[in-house]
Design a protein around this ligand. Structure first.
Ligand code: DAH
Length: 355
């Protein structure tokens, strides 16, 4: 027991953590002397044990406390030392890190949101796993309607309350219904997102991106649609010489329906959007069918509107000059470095995009 004061003195004298640990092991470790003392209790008579037990425990507690206290002091001193000696030189050049880029699809979606926000459109969203009703029926494709066959639909095994299988949405048009139900009228929304069709070649991938536009208000007519699309395309392609033409077409959810062509011209051997040397189709559109407005719970005698939809990937290819859609989804780092955007290239109206 004479060792108690000596050990306390050694604890106080330990000048770093490893030295403190040596003292701790000698006293309290598995073969330490305090541990040894505690082991002798087993061989004592009950009377002796009653006397010595508490005494040994007090020794152990004193030493444990002293060690903990010293450890705290040493740790605090170590921190002080580090704070006093370690410095970060902020003037040093940052190490080279490989930088990621923003995918052209994300960039184009941001551009579209920016352009349409300027025209008073909010962004709406819907699920990628959609019920048959939202993807088709509410959009005036009743079960058995021939237009359903035009979408190479992926069906899920799970069925809904009508006993029909859920689908991976084949277009962003179901968001029209959801937006009308959730937000009511009047309404101006765009809905960008992923869509799925069972189709794959140089210009088709099973997953691709669309953007939907919907305006619902009183006394909306085709003139509003045409102005909006022209304004949007001029802002998106950042050119004033954008020409469009509307061709009669058919979609179940619009009446009348129009396909929109944009004029192109040859520049340095490449087709670019602008001018009128030729035409290419870029959008589907039309006046929202009264049945669609009614399916979404609004009164078609009070509310009319127009809608449009187009492929985001296609818009990106036309604007930034890529020619193989599949490369968008390969994740090839060389492609991403070449076509990707800096995270700081945020599309803004003042930087060019905008209506
Ligand atoms: N949903 C159509 C498709 O995927 C595109 C479309 C056409 C959307 C006309 C519309 C529209 O909103 O009015 O082929």
């Amino acid at each position: 027991m004479n060792d108690v004061e000596g050990t306390i003195a050694r604890i106080a004298a330990a000048d770093d953590l490893p030295a403190l640990d040596v003292v701790r092991v000698e006293a309290l470790g598995k073969s330490g002397w305090v541990t040894g003392l505690l082991k002798t209790l087993g061989g004592m008579t009950p009377e002796e044990r009653q006397l010595r037990g508490p005494e040994f425990q007090r020794v152990r507690a004193r030493l444990t406390d002293a060690i903990a206290q010293r450890r705290e002091q040493l740790e605090a001193a170590e921190l002080e030392r580090k704070l006093a000696t370690e410095r970060i030189d902020l003037s040093l050049p940052a190490p080279e890190h490989s930088r990621g880029t923003v995918h052209p699809i994300s960039q184009v979606m941001e551009e579209l949101a920016e352009i349409f926000a300027d025209l008073g459109f909010a962004v709406a969203e819907g699920p990628e796993i959609e019920s048959d009703w939202y993807n088709f029926t509410a959009l005036n494709f009743p079960p058995g309607h021939p237009a359903r066959a035009m979408h190479d639909t992926f069906y899920l095994q799970r069925t809904d309350a009508d006993g029909l299988p859920y689908v991976l949405r084949t277009h962003t048009s179901p968001v029209q219904i959801r937006a009308m139900q959730e937000r009511g009228a009047p309404l101006r929304v765009i809905a960008p997102g992923r869509v799925y069709r069972s189709d794959s070649d140089a210009t088709h991938t099973p997953m691709f991106h669309q953007i939907e536009g919907l305006v619902i208000d009183r006394a909306i007519h085709l003139g509003h649609l045409k102005w909006t699309l022209e304004t949007f395309l001029k802002a998106f392609f950042e050119r004033d010489d954008i020409a469009i033409r509307l061709r009669p077409s058919y979609f179940p959810f619009t009446e009348p329906s129009a396909e929109v062509d944009v004029g192109w011209s040859l520049e340095k051997g490449r087709r670019v959007v602008g001018g009128q040397q030729g035409w290419m189709e870029v959008l589907g559109s039309g006046m929202v069918h009264p049945k669609v407005i009614a399916a979404a719970g609004l009164d078609p005698d009070q509310w009319q509107g127009f809608a449009f939809g187009t492929g985001v990937d296609r818009l990106a290819m036309l604007k930034y000059g890529m020619d193989d859609l599949r490369a968008f989804f390969d994740g090839d780092i060389r492609w991403l470095k070449h076509y990707g955007f800096s995270a700081l290239a945020v599309p803004t109206l003042s930087m060019g995009v905008g209506a």
